[in-house]
Design a protein around this ligand. Structure first.
Ligand SMILES: C[S@@+](CC[C@H](N)C(=O)[O-])C[C@H]1O[C@@H](n2cnc3c(N)ncnc32)[C@H](O)[C@@H]1O
Length: 222
């Protein structure tokens, strides 16, 4: 059983094809949420940003124009999704001169050749099993600048609810999450444990106003 369908399913492909001006609600709101969050965290022109599970560049297409002296790395499991992301940049007239997109099933960071100041994974851990999250944290930790962090959202549930399906709501749509199939939910203690295992410190950031996911911050301590 694959942990999710994204190796074959292209995230938002239909919505993007039908919305050439990229003004549909999920795109605009979740782009602004991520962009404002990273800017508030200090991302600026010379920042190196790693977007794990970057999809069709919902964040990237807004952030990349700011990174005039920095770099944007995007990793995704699906090459077709990345091709759509390149097309989105073209359509918006955004230069890809300071962009590296990596297709990888295994969070391959070998192409990342400068220390990363900010890493983000919006709505990605929600589709990964715990082994993949551990693998992701270990690999990303290798390229984080000391003091920098991976900011990753997940579905948070209490221990007494973890072992059964739970219900969340996003953009008015109710859907289940599960202990061992996509979309996955986790307890805070599970996230803290896998962070410690990967040698990263862990905290939650209540300042990220996602409708149904919780922001975890995994920091490579100095
Ligand atoms: C819900 S989408 C979020 C996309 C993007 N972060 C955003 O907020 O617009 C999840 C993304 O994670 C990617 N993904 C799923 N499993 C992955 C893996 N093991 N490695 C890298 N990317 C993965 C999917 O292809 C998809 O683009």
């Amino acid at each position: 059983m694959l942990e999710n369908d994204y190796e074959t399913d292209v995230f938002l492909s239909g919505a993007i094809a039908n919305t050439p001006d990229l003004q549909f609600r999920d795109w605009v709101e979740l782009q602004a949420l991520q962009y404002d969050y990273l800017r508030a965290a200090g991302a600026s022109a010379d920042s190196v940003v790693l977007d794990v599970g970057c999809g069709p560049l919902r964040l990237g297409s807004r952030l990349i124009p700011d990174l005039t002296a920095g770099w944007y790395y995007g990793i995704d499991i699906n090459g077709e999704t990345l091709a759509i992301g390149r097309d989105v940049l073209d359509r918006l007239g955004v230069s890809a001169d300071r962009v590296t997109l990596i297709e990888s099933t295994d969070f391959d960071v070998a192409a990342i050749d400068r220390p990363v100041d900010f890493a983000i994974a919006n709505s990605v851990f929600s589709h990964l099993n715990l082994n993949s999250i551990a693998r992701c944290l270990l690999n990303v930790a290798e390229v984080l600048r000391p003091g920098a962090a991976l900011h990753a959202t997940y579905f948070d549930v209490s221990l007494d609810r973890w072992n059964s399906p739970q219900s969340f709501v996003n953009f008015g749509r109710e859907f289940p999450t599960y202990p061992r199939r996509d979309p996955y939910h986790y307890t805070q203690a599970m996230m803290a444990d896998v962070a410690a295992w990967a040698g990263l410190s862990f905290r939650l950031d209540p300042g990220y106003a996602h409708q149904c996911q919780t922001m975890a911050v995994f920091t490579r301590e100095v």
